[in-house]
Design a protein around this ligand. Structure first.
Ligand code: DQA
Length: 148
């Protein structure tokens, strides 16, 4: 069966391409999703993407991953990363590999970005490589599934 990877983009990430290019480059979320789709084809996995600026919708989409046959999750929760225990709790319910990604190097930025409340429920994190963070995150998720 083809593994199904759910890629979750959180708050403000629909604005990639318009946000500070120093941290986030110039590619739009659509461009990023197209790169993910191309890599998914190469890796023989199916990718589903979801973006929301609503924490409640985001949590509900995570809940849905229990029933929709998702094999792994790649998540960039944006600023929620740093404080949303609700999203951390929702992800903790999943029994599938979770990979955390960030476009920017959060550790080289403001102190509030240095801590992630999601890292504890993720198998690992990738940050600082722009769009490549997502592509490396997808490869990591597939690698985790191959090891299971
Ligand atoms: C981000 C980093 C977060 O600190 C920030 O709030 C974002 C984007 C990133 O991809 O680098 O919105 O998750």
């Amino acid at each position: 069966m083809t593994p199904r990877i759910l890629v979750l983009h959180g708050v403000n990430l629909g604005m990639f391409g318009k946000r500070d290019p120093r941290h986030y480059g110039t590619q739009t979320l659509g461009d990023i999703n197209a790169r993910l789709a191309a890599l998914a084809e190469e890796l023989h996995v199916a990718v589903t993407v979801f973006q929301s600026d609503s924490e409640a919708e985001f949590v509900r989409r995570i809940h849905q991953a229990h029933e929709d046959g998702s094999s792994a999750v790649v998540v960039n929760a944006g600023a929620w990363t740093h404080y949303s225990y609700a999203i951390a709790d929702a992800l903790a319910i999943l029994r599938i590999p979770i990979v955390e990604v960030h476009m920017s190097n959060v550790h080289a930025r403001e102190p509030f970005r240095h801590h992630s409340v999601l890292s504890g429920v993720a198998r690992g994190s990738v940050c600082g490589f722009g769009v490549d963070s997502y592509l490396l995150g997808l490869r990591a998720a597939v690698g985790q599934l191959e090891q299971e």
